[in-house]
Every structure is written in structure tokens, then in C-alpha cells.
Design a protein. Structure first.
Lengths: 309, 165
């Protein structure tokens, strides 16, 4: 009797088990896809946060950089107002025949000297402010527009201008920018690459040190190198450096996402990035980018650096 | 105070300005030349300012905080040694505030001013600092006079004693 029941039920039981197993697999697969999507969203959010943190740090430096021309303008405007008031007063005094004309003329001369003294300062302050705003606008631009020819050297110079406050006390920046062809890409993200590499170099040198930025042509590619004279990369970490979450810094100074973002941006420009230790022991980061017009030019590495400070 | 300070005029005041930004130095110098009769020495290179302080008597030193080579705090520490009675003022940007406040006790700042500064406030701070400087200077001179008089008195006392003993 039992055998008969088993003989009848067995094929059905197997079919039901199979259906259940398939259903379980489908549910697992849907869950897995859902998790993957969640992970991708979380990663993007984390990267966006890191980019915002970098931008925030940059903004603090920019605020300081703007303070100098702003302070100069504000003080100079005050000086000019005072000088004009002095001239008005002295001119009124001159109309009095009994007044001490020599004293009034001396006051007018003093006021005119102040007016002439503030002129170049106002001009320079406005030029500096315009430069900073221009670089800031470039740094804030994303990849909304189609890629365009970008001069890597001007990106280097612009980034250094934005980082002036961060660098000037501790770091001597040496520039060895050769003649390079334009690369095809986006100025904002390329600026972010250099910003990250230069800030890393600045952190690596500690209290005092040298950061050298070099650009040159290697065949039909543009190479930009950021080198420092810090302690260099720990043995065996050159490969892991560009992975998300890897950092050699303490928790307050590094999230391990900076170089991950850098590699992503470089890859979007069809370029490569490599890290190594230089002959003097410090770290060297080399970014290689294709040019807009491929040529068969030989390597044109500049001979030595010039002081950027 | 007024009686003692009356012997010093604005034109006696040697003011030292230090900032690696020429723009800031030019602006401050033009403003001070219009508003005051101070003798102003300005330096974009803090090392030169240190040398000037070692070789000259300074009445007020005003320095930026973040500069290449020598920081504002190091510079003011140097001045605390070379010109201990000259009030020390730090004129710096907001971003440096935390570090600057930490360092205030190290060098005994007279005042901390933020960039961008207010001309009138800056002038009040400078005038107060120089008032204090000249008061101390006048006091030092009075003390020196009293010391000298005391020395003469002691000599006279010795002479009298020698005459009678």
C-alpha cells in the first residue's frame, strides 16, 4: 500500500520540488539584482560626497584667497573717499584769502598721492578676483557638455592658483611645463584630477617639502607628473592605491576615494594613471592622456623645474 | 598717561608691516600715509622683517599669519625678543582663525584682526597699541631718570658720610 502511494506521489513531488527550487532561484536573483542596484547607488552617493568634500576644502581656500583682493579694495575705497573729502575741504579753504594756502595745498598733494597709490592696487585686485572666479567656474564644471580641446598646462596653473592658500606656507611648488598639445576632455574633471594629486603630494611632504609638476609629450600622448619629496609609497601598495577604500592616511585625512575618483576621470578621458616612487624616494603620479590630434612627435620632457611660488 | 605720551608724536612711531602679499602692503601703506604720520617699513619677505627688527627700534609690528618660510607666529616671536615692548598685531584671513587663536598665547598678541579689515577699526587698534607703547616708553624713561637720581643721591650720601666719618 505504502509503495503504491509513493509510486503515485513521487513524480508529482519531484515536479513540485523542481518548481519550488526554480522559484527560489528567481527570488534570489531578483534580490541580488536589487542589492547590486542599492550598492551602485550607495557607491555613487559616496563618491559624490567625496567630490563635495574636496570642493568644500577648495572653497575654504578660495574664500581666503578672495579676502586679500577684497580687503585691498575695501581699504582702498575707504582711503579714496577720505582723500576726496580732504581735497574738498582744502579746496574750500583755498577760496578763503586769509587761509594758510600752503597748508591746504600740502593736504591736496597728500590726498592726490593717496589717490594715485590706490589706483594700481584696485586694478590688480580686480584682475586677481576675475582670475579666481574664472578658475572656480572651470573647477565647478562637470561633463554636461561635449568634450573639448583642453590645455593641460593651463589646468595645472589654474589648480595651483586655487590651492595657493593650501600650499604656500609649507610647500615649494616647482613647475616644469613643456609644450604640450591639447587633450580632448572636460576642464573641470581634469582640474579635479590635478587637485587630488597635488593635495595628496602636499599631505605627503608634511611640514615642509617640494612638489614638482611636470608636463611633456610622449609620442602622441600628453603626460602630466606630480612628484613629491615625501616618504614615498609603501612597498606593494602601488596596485591597490586606485581601489575604492584604500588609503595610507589616517581616518581624519583620507577616505580612500580620492585616487579612485581620479582613476575614473582619467579613464573617461581614455587615459592611464600610474604611481611609483621617484629616484629620490618620493611618490610620483603619472597621468597619460591622448591628444586631440595624434602625431608621431618624440618625447619632449622639459629639463628642469621653475619655482611656482 | 596723556602727560607722559605728550612727548611722543605720531611721527616718532616706527611701524613694521609684514605680509607676503604686496597688494596688502601697498594698500595699508597708502592708507597709513594719508591718515597718519607714522614711519612705515613694509616687508613681503618675513626674513627681511626679522633682520629689520634686530637692527632697529620698532614701536608696533603687524603681521600676516600664513607666509612662506617664516610664519606670522614665528616672526612675532622674534619681535618679542628683539623689540619686547612693541605691541604685536596679527592681521589675517578667516581661514587661519583657529590656528591663530591657538597661537595667541605663545607670543602675547596685542590684537588679532581679520581680513578684510575695517579701516577705522584698524586705526583705533594701531593708535591704542602705540599709546600703550609710548606709555611704557615714557615709564621706562622715568624709571631710568629715577635710577640715575637714586645713583646720584647714593653718591651724595657716600660723600656726606665720608665727610663726617
Amino acid at each position: 500500500m505504502l509503495n503504491e502511494i509513493i509510486a503515485v506521489a513521487s513524480p508529482n513531488l519531484m515536479a513540485v520540488s523542481l518548481v519550488v527550487a526554480v522559484l527560489l532561484l528567481v527570488v534570489q536573483s531578483v534580490r541580488l539584482r536589487h542589492r547590486e542596484k542599492e550598492f551602485a547607488v550607495a557607491t555613487e552617493a559616496l563618491l559624490a560626497r567625496e567630490e563635495l568634500a574636496t570642493l568644500g576644502r577648495l572653497m575654504a581656500g578660495i574664500a581666503h584667497e578672495l579676502n586679500t583682493p577684497l580687503g585691498a579694495v575695501s581699504c582702498s575705497v575707504g582711503t579714496r573717499q577720505k582723500a576726496v573729502a580732504m581735497i574738498d575741504e582744502a579746496a574750500l579753504g583755498l577760496s578763503d584769502p586769509d587761509a594758510d594756502h600752503a597748508a591746504h595745498l600740502a593736504r591736496i598733494q597728500k590726498a592726490l598721492k593717496a589717490l594715485h597709490g590706490t589706483d594700481p592696487v584696485l586694478g590688480e585686485a580686480l584682475t586677481r578676483t576675475n582670475q579666481l572666479i574664472r578658475e572656480l567656474r572651470l573647477a565647478g564644471r562637470g561633463e554636461e557638455e561635449s568634450p573639448q580641446p583642453v590645455d593641460v598646462n593651463s589646468i595645472v596653473e589654474g589648480t595651483l592658483l586655487l590651492l595657493q592658500h593650501e600650499l604656500k606656507a609649507a610647500v615649494e611648488v616647482k613647475l616644469a611645463l613643456g609644450e604640450v598639445q591639447p587633450v580632448k576632455g572636460w576642464p573641470g574633471p581634469l582640474g579635479q584630477v590635478l587637485l587630488n594629486l597635488i593635495l595628496n603630494a602636499r599631505q605627503a611632504v608634511g611640514e615642509e617639502g617640494i612638489v614638482t609638476v611636470t608636463s611633456f609629450m610622449e609620442g602622441d600622448k600628453v603626460v602630466v607628473e606630480v612628484a613629491d619629496n615625501g616618504p614615498g609609497l609603501p612597498t606593494g601598495c602601488a596596485e591597490k592605491l586606485f581601489k575604492a577604500g584604500f588609503t595610507t592616511k589616517d581616518a581624519d585625512n583620507g577616505t580612500g576615494l580620492g585616487l579612485f575618483i581620479v582613476r575614473k576621470i582619467v579613464a573617461r578621458h581614455q587615459g592611464q594613471i600610474a604611481a611609483s616612487n621617484g629616484a629620490d624616494g618620493g611618490a610620483v603620479f603619472q597621468v597619460t592622456l591622448p591628444t586631440t590630434q595624434p602625431t608621431t612627435q618624440p618625447t619632449t620632457r622639459p629639463a628642469s623645474g621653475t619655482d611656482a611660488n | 598717561m596723556d602727560e607722559m605720551n605728550a612727548k611722543y608724536a605720531e611721527s616718532d612711531a616706527q611701524v613694521v608691516l609684514v605680509d607676503d602679499e604686496e597688494m596688502v602692503l601697498d594698500t595699508l601703506r597708502t592708507f597709513l600715509e594719508l591718515e597718519t604720520d607714522y614711519k612705515v617699513a613694509s616687508f613681503a619677505d618675513p626674513a627681511e622683517a626679522v633682520t629689520f627688527g634686530r637692527e632697529n627700534s620698532v614701536d608696533l609690528v603687524v603681521s600676516d599669519f600664513l607666509m612662506p618660510g617664516i610664519s606670522g607666529i614665528e616672526l612675532l616671536r622674534e619681535y618679542a625678543e628683539s623689540n619686547p615692548h612693541a605691541p604685536r598685531v596679527l592681521l589675517t584671513g578667516y581661514a587661519d582663525k583657529a590656528s591663530a587663536i591657538k597661537a595667541i598665547n605663545e607670543v602675547g598678541l596685542f590684537q588679532y584682526l581679520e581680513k578684510p579689515w575695517d579701516n577705522e577699526q584698524l586705526l583705533v587698534v594701531f593708535r591704542n597699541a602705540l599709546d600703550r607703547r609710548f606709555l611704557v616708553k615714557a615709564l621706562q624713561e622715568k624709571i631710568a631718570e629715577i635710577d640715575m637720581a637714586q645713583g646720584k643721591l647714593s653718591g651724595l650720601q657716600d660723600d656726606i658720610l665720608r665727610t663726617f666719618i
